[in-house]
Design a protein around this ligand. Structure first.
Ligand code: LMR
Length: 329
């Protein structure tokens, strides 16, 4: 009896020690842009909040700049459980849902405020859970900003883009957009873009000011046309099984921290992009072309055929809901 008792006591002690030494939950957060960008800043804010609130219980490791995984690899790694959170651009989900293609339709949103309203609407929020059956759970939308067109040729009217090769994200809508201009789009991972521009594998690309600046694309491109023709925003996604398997109290803190990091990054996004635009201007390495109203209208018209092509996939209802967000309610 005595032996049994002391045996049980020893076992209890071992269990207590093991519990006290329990490894913290590790969250690897992989992304492809620089720390200085809106996404980079929001990811670091998430890490800070989580580690303040769950010391010793959760550790968040942020891997920027495709350091751990590039575009398509990070999507696979999330499903395999090799990373726990990623935040790909909304243009990179078309393998999993056609609905998010709505964000790629050219000239759909007037500005980042309209995009914010759409993402916060019931329709926008419902899209966060639209890929759960595929293993991805959306935790929020993060802003980057509006896209600009860069090239080694001055692009003032749509005809200027004819015959040029443009790097695009892996999106059929973006492919159609450049084909509508008579250009040659090439799908390519973000990490490969700088070199492709430098070596002339492609003549141009489309991106936000913060990406053009932080990846030094402006050093390899003579012109950047301020078209604001589309958006690069993100869906922060986690592995559905991992998320649902977390202890409820931990998950609650993570979700709250994610909401706060989202608000933090989204508030910074516009200013980061405007600041980076000014830095590019000041560098004198790339000429920034501002379009007249007439020129802007010509780009809009040239890209418009894309809508007809993707309406069956995206759905007119979703397009209408997105268009409605251009009017502040
Ligand atoms: C791109 O591939 O150009 C962007 O989606 C990169 C990013 O994450 O902003």
């Amino acid at each position: 009896m005595r032996i049994l008792f002391s045996g049980l006591a020893a076992l209890g002690l071992v269990m207590a020690v093991t519990a006290a030494q329990a490894e913290p939950i590790k969250i690897k957060f992989s992304h492809v842009v620089a720390d200085s960008t809106p996404k980079g800043q929001a990811a670091l804010e998430f890490k800070k909040l989580v580690e303040q609130r769950l010391p010793g219980k959760v550790v968040v490791e942020v891997y920027p700049n495709s350091q751990l995984y590039g575009d398509s690899k990070e999507m696979e790694a999330l499903l395999l459980g090799d990373v726990q959170i990623i935040a790909p651009s909304l243009s990179k989900f078309s393998k999993f849902t056609k609905k998010l293609q709505v964000f790629d339709l050219p000239f759909l949103f007037d500005d980042i405020h309209a995009i914010d309203r759409f993402q916060k609407s019931k329709t926008g929020q419902a899209l966060l859970t639209s890929m759960e059956s595929k293993g991805y759970t959306g935790l929020g939308y993060w802003h980057n900003g509006m896209k600009q067109l860069s090239a080694n040729k001055a692009l003032r009217v749509p005809e200027d883009a004819k015959g040029l090769k443009f790097r695009i994200q892996p999106s059929d809508v973006l492919e159609a957009q450049f084909k509508a201009l008579g250009a040659n789009p090439q799908k390519m991972a973000f990490a490969e873009v700088y070199q492709a521009l430098q070596t002339g594998t492609v003549d141009g690309q489309e991106n936000t000011w913060s990406n053009i600046y932080s990846q030094k694309f402006y050093e390899a491109q003579k012109y950047i046309t301020e078209t604001n023709h589309g958006v690069i925003d993100y869906m922060v996604v986690t592995n559905t099984k991992f998320w649902k398997g977390l202890p409820a109290d931990i998950r609650t803190v993570l979700a709250k921290s994610m909401d706060e990091a989202t608000a933090y990054g989204n508030k910074l996004a516009y200013d980061i992009n405007e600041g980076d635009k000014k830095k590019i201007m000041a560098s004198g390495k790339s000429e920034i072309i501002t379009l007249t109203k007439q020129q802007q209208a010509a780009w809009r018209k040239a890209m418009a055929p894309v809508y007809k092509q993707f309406e069956p996939d995206v759905g007119q209802d979703l397009i209408n809901a997105a268009l409605a967000s251009n009017k502040a309610s």
